[in-house]
Design a protein. Structure first.
Length: 407
């Protein structure tokens, strides 16, 4: 027994001498301040251990065998450090200090909305949420953006012409409803002077729309006091999201023609896009009999057997009404050049505002949009946008219809 004891003691002291303690301090690279609670992980050769720094930024990892290991240091708000370290076993303690640099953290975005005061499924939410995707927009051939809402559940879509309609939600339908807050890339799309929503003059083409989000129900907690009945957010494509040129031509009945073009490009951090659409058609004609009669004017014969001078109506040459027909002397040579038959009554500009009192059913709509972006980083950019729209069409109101002439 006395002979075996020295041998066992030698083996024990040899094994103990192979274990090394790694120490060091973790500090801020810019200020030199110690980082409290930084994680230090040693891995490799079947070992996975570590420690956290104390109030002075010091750490200590014990019982590390001789060998080569990976060291990783992490701390919230700082870039991770990864390196190699060699444990020689010659010393019982080795030192390894690390300096960390501050780094921005990219987190996933969370949107918190007010609903009920308890957790619930989206299918049980009181607000109906609909998304009109880019694919649905591209597969449809609508004159303007408002037509894409006609199949949305909960939206009251009322059309009174090819380019005249109204949207409302949750009741309270009216000719100029503004209870459904409409946004274009997060900006209010209401006509500022009238506080109404005119979807046919929103200066975007269908090729430039990324998606349309529709949230029905009061949304004042998220979008402010104007979202009485819901929110419509029309999101356009950024220039860099769809580069190149797209041209579209559409035609149909009622002399319907639509031409649109979108072009986008990018040079370095600077991006730009231009979209243009021109739409024209002839709307369905309807004139109420009483409305037509109210605008008739009976022209009286003069002493020479001719009708009263109609220059104010034709604005060229001279014209007379003989009781049945209109006779026009266009070149003023005393002879009749043109005869309009069956003009028992003549419609005129009764209020003398240089606009015909009877409806003009021709539709014209021109819109274009210019946008430039400058990217500071993948997540931050500045945008400059200019839009223009001009429309001529007949709209229906609660007191009658009106003509928007190059409006």
């Amino acid at each position: 027994m006395n002979k075996l004891f020295p041998l066992l003691f030698f083996i024990f002291t040899f094994a103990f001498s192979q274990q090394t303690t790694l120490t060091g301090i973790i500090t801020d690279k810019s200020s030199g301040d110690p980082l409290i609670g930084a994680n230090v992980v040693i891995s490799g050769s079947g070992l996975n251990t570590g420690a956290a720094t104390d109030f002075d930024g010091n750490y200590k990892v014990q019982n590390i065998p001789e060998g080569s290991y990976n060291i990783k240091v992490t701390y919230i708000g700082y870039s991770d450090f990864t390196g190699k370290i060699q444990i020689t076993g010659d010393e019982s303690t080795q030192s390894f200090d690390v300096q960390l640099s501050i780094s921005a953290i990219q987190l996933q975005e969370y949107v918190v909305t007010a609903s009920r005061g308890k957790r619930e499924k989206i299918t049980d939410a009181p607000a109906a949420i609909s998304i009109i995707s880019e694919l649905k927009i591209r597969n449809a051939s609508n004159p303007n953006l408002g037509d894409y809402f006609k199949n949305i559940k909960g939206v009251d879509f009322t059309a009174s012409g090819l380019d005249s309609y109204n949207l409302s939600a949750r009741g309270f339908n009216s000719s100029f409803s503004s209870r459904l807050l409409t946004l274009t890339d997060g900006r209010m799309a209401n006509v500022p002077s009238l506080r109404l929503i005119a979807y046919n003059v929103i200066p975007l083409t269908s090729d430039d729309v990324k998606q349309i989000e529709v949230v029905l129900g009061p949304s004042s907690a998220l979008y402010g006091p104007n979202a009485h009945a819901g929110v419509v957010n029309i999101i356009s494509k950024r220039p860099k999201e769809s580069l190149g040129t797209v041209i579209g031509l559409t035609g149909g009945s009622r002399n319907f023609t639509k031409a649109q073009v979108r072009h986008a490009g990018q040079t370095g951090n600077f991006g730009y896009k231009l979209s243009l659409v021109n739409f024209s058609a002839h709307d369905w004609e309807y004139i109420e009999h009483d409305e037509k009669t109210a605008h008739y004017y009976q022209w009286q014969n003069d002493d020479f057997g001719h009708g009263e001078d109609l220059d104010d109506y034709f604005n060229d040459g001279r014209a007379w009404w003989n009781g049945w027909d209109i006779e026009v002397d266009r070149d003023g040579d005393g002879t009749v050049d043109t005869t309009y038959l069956g003009a028992d009554n003549i419609i005129r500009d009764r209020n003398e505002d240089d606009i015909d009192d009877m409806p003009n059913f021709d539709i014209k709509n021109t819109r274009f949009d210019i946008r430039t972006d400058y990217d500071f980083s993948p997540e931050h950019f500045i945008s400059l946008n200019y839009g223009f729209a001009q429309a001529s069409n007949i709209n229906i109101t609660g007191i009658g219809r009106y003509l928007a002439d190059d409006w």
